[in-house]
Design a protein around this ligand. Structure first.
Ligand SMILES: [Zn+2]
Length: 185
């Protein structure tokens, strides 16, 4: 690691290997002998430390992971308070599917009330309605995708802090949080 000190004679800045502290060298500025010393406020190391605690680990949209906190929208969670995190799957609601199946059962019956099913027109109409109900079921099944939630456990309780239709979108946030937690030490 590099250190800096000022020349004893001309005060010019000298950069040197920190292992060389205590050695007498010829100043590169004035050529006079000067002793290399560790300056009290080691500027490089102090700055590195501060930068690290402010540095953004992950940032996407309104989600931000810093070494000390997780920010989602206006909510902020302290990394220090997080004891564990996990991704859970929230199953999709089955209501749309239920309605479609009810439709499949009742639509032909309803047509029977208003139309003469024995006629050719009635056959065509109830056939079309049946196809429509089948179409609704296909759509409902396709929409039945689960949601994924990133949950953190704090001293208070476990809470879902982030949800997404794809688990892949949550993985970067999860790993950034793991990184922040490991930096906390
Ligand atoms: Zn000098």
């Amino acid at each position: 690691m590099n250190a800096k000190c000022a020349c004893n004679v001309c005060s010019g800045q000298i950069e040197f290997e920190s292992a060389s502290v205590g050695q007498t060298i010829a100043c590169p500025h004035c050529g006079m002998d000067t002793i290399l010393y560790a300056s009290p406020a080691q500027p490089s190391t102090v700055r590195n430390k501060r930068d690290k605690s402010d540095e953004t680990i992950y940032s996407q949209g309104n989600i931000k992971v810093l070494p000390t906190r997780l920010m989602i929208g206006s909510a902020t969670y302290a990394i220090a308070a997080i004891s564990s995190l996990r991704i859970v799957m929230i199953p999709a609601s089955k209501l749309p599917l239920l309605f479609s199946i009810l439709g499949l059962i009742f639509l032909p019956a309803l047509t029977g009330i208003f139309f003469d099913l024995g006629s050719m027109g009635g056959h065509i109409l109830s056939g079309l309605l049946f196809l429509f109900a089948v179409f609704l079921i296909v759509v409902a099944v396709k929409k039945m995708k689960p949601t994924y939630a990133l949950c953190i456990t704090t001293t208070a309780q476990e809470q879902q802090v982030l949800t997404s239709p794809t688990v892949e979108a949550l993985h970067p946030v999860e790993s950034a949080l793991h990184q922040a937690i490991s930096m906390r030490g």
